[in-house]
Design a protein around this ligand. Structure first.
Ligand SMILES: O=P(O)(O)O[C@H]1O[C@H](CO)[C@@H](O)[C@H]1O
Length: 228
């Protein structure tokens, strides 16, 4: 059997090297990671006792090329819990491989992170949504994945996870409920929704026909990112 040499540029050892480096540079041992999407980097300012690393100073880390993504990994405390925030993420349309785009998630896993909260600035498809509304992702459609662009394609290293991961409960029901309950307590229910997120490659925004199609397929928002 011929197996093509298309090896992943972010092997277990490479991810481990980055994870070990970070753990040697910080006393934080976060169990929670937050990825800040476009314009949302300010979320990291809520952390106390911050320790920040510029992406270019972290071994093996990609760098941000998109405006609105500062390019820092910020460790700190939120309500006394250790967290790590990505101030800026990586996109396929920047020219990065999916391996590189998802590299930080693998590094977080090796650092001991158990919960990841991803945020993004996406385009609304649901007629009920208004600009600035917040949607909590309950499920997604990985459109590039249907066409073979999937970060889990290639040889599988079981140390990261199983070959065929189940996706029927990809987004924690408990965390979604918590977010909705808190939104309601805060009086935010009119602009906080739950819905289905669709990933595409970008970088062009969708045509009207494409937006209509994605909505008909069951998507409420569309964006270029949430591989990370
Ligand atoms: O998903 P985030 O990183 O928030 O960015 C979104 O916003 C940018 C376009 O405005 C694109 O990069 C799109 O993916």
């Amino acid at each position: 059997m011929h197996i093509s040499d298309n090896s992943c540029c972010c092997s277990f050892d490479e991810c481990k090297r980055t994870s070990d480096w970070l753990l040697s540079q910080t006393r934080y041992r976060p169990k929670i990671a937050v990825v800040c999407g476009s314009g949302l980097g300010l979320l990291a300012e809520y952390l106390t006792s911050k320790q920040a690393f510029r992406y270019e100073d972290i071994p093996n880390f990609p760098v941000c090329t998109v405006s609105g993504h500062e390019g820092r990994l910020v460790f700190g405390k939120l309500n006394d819990k250790s967290c790590v925030f990505m101030q800026g993420r990586f996109h396929l349309y920047e020219g990065y491989s999916l391996c590189k785009v998802t590299f930080p998630v693998r590094v977080f896993k090796l650092m001991g992170v158990e919960t990841i909260i991803v945020t993004n600035a996406s385009g609304g498809l649901c007629q009920d949504f208004k600009v600035g509304d917040i949607m909590i992702i309950k499920d997604h459609i990985n459109l590039p994945g249907f066409a073979g662009q999937h970060p889990l394609c290639g040889p599988n290293d079981e140390r990261f996870g199983v070959r065929f991961p189940t996706m029927s409960d990809a987004y924690s029901e408990d965390l979604r409920k918590l977010a909705l309950d808190i939104s309601s307590e805060l009086g935010y229910s009119s602009f906080v929704h739950e819905g289905v997120y669709c990933m595409v490659c970008g970088p062009n925004f969708e045509t009207v026909a494409e937006a209509r199609l994605l909505h008909k397929l069951g998507s409420d928002t569309v964006d270029y990112t949430d591989w990370t």
